[in-house]
Design a protein around this ligand. Structure first.
Ligand SMILES: *[C@@H]1O[C@H](CO)[C@@H](O)[C@H](O)[C@H]1NC(C)=O
Ligand SMILES: *[C@@H]1O[C@H](CO)[C@@H](O)[C@H](O)[C@H]1NC(C)=O
Ligand SMILES: *[C@@H]1O[C@H](CO)[C@@H](O)[C@H](O)[C@H]1NC(C)=O
Ligand SMILES: *[C@@H]1O[C@H](CO)[C@@H](O)[C@H](O)[C@H]1NC(C)=O
Length: 213
């Protein structure tokens, strides 16, 4: 009876010890795998985890509204004069802050870049569950080629002009002391009835999505 108890105790101890050893070696091998992944894969494991937590594929800026004061040819008909102001919103739907290290925007007409924002947009830290509205403004004169001139003349005559605003975001996610940096680029499409003689026209975006490119 005493012998039986003793051997049973031994075998239970054996099972626990075995499990513990296996757990330890498994833990070691996981640590090793993590180290390898960190060192050798171009896309690090932290990058992947942050991607899964923050789901950048589901993150989009939205166009709330825009005002086009001028989009016209200059007197010599070889340059475009433009004056545009946009309200763009970005939402942090997560429970962690997002650091926007760098924010930039440009405006394009028919594939031609008209220019960057008048004032550089600044980086900022966005609190969890918060919405930030950015106000990029564009204003200037730029020489364009004859195809673009012809396209603007056509669109103005038809009564609707189309513009594309590109938004570039460099974003840092930080959990405890681990950080990873992501870069996103978006196209925001805007259309307006043709502005005449400095009379502004409006785009009621109401949260139109900007598409990731
Ligand atoms: C056309 O006019 C704009 C501004 O009025 C000027 O910047 C541009 O150099 C002119 N282009 C030509 C080809 O004269
Ligand atoms: C510019 O407009 C023309 C005429 O509509 C169009 O065929 C062309 O694809 C446009 N280019 C770009 C880059 O959007
Ligand atoms: C976002 O944060 C600002 C500043 O703390 C706060 O005033 C605002 O109400 C917040 N907005 C939302 C939608 O939570
Ligand atoms: C946005 O809202 C305004 C005012 O509520 C409305 O007049 C307009 O048609 C809406 N625009 C779009 C694109 O839904």
């Amino acid at each position: 009876m005493a012998e039986g108890k003793k051997s049973m105790f031994q075998s239970v101890k054996g099972i626990f010890l075995g499990a513990y050893k296996r757990y330890r070696s498994c833990f070691k091998c996981l640590t090793f795998a993590w180290g390898c992944a960190q060192m050798w894969t171009p896309i690090s494991l932290t990058f992947l985890i942050y991607w899964l937590v923050y789901r950048p594929d589901q993150f989009h800026p939205h166009t709330e509204s825009a005002v086009l004061a001028v989009l016209d040819l200059t007197n010599n008909a070889s340059a475009i004069q433009y004056d545009l102001a946009v309200d763009l919103s970005v939402r942090n739907s997560h429970r962690l802050p997002i650091r926007y290290l760098d924010v930039a925007a440009s405006v394009f007409y028919n594939g031609t870049r008209l220019g960057p924002t008048d004032d550089p947009l600044h980086g900022f830290v966005q609190k969890p569950k918060n919405i930030t509205v950015l106000h990029p403004a564009f204003h200037g004169v730029v020489n364009v080629d004859s195809d673009v001139v012809a396209q603007l003349q056509r669109e103005r005559a038809e009564g609707t002009v189309h513009l594309r605003v590109t938004v570039s975001l460099t974003v840092m996610y930080k959990v405890w002391s681990v950080k990873d940096v992501f870069f996103y680029k978006y196209d925001c499409w805007l259309w307006f009835t043709t502005p005449h003689n400095g009379k502004p026209t409006h785009f009621h975006g109401n949260g139109t999505v900007c598409w990731r490119v």
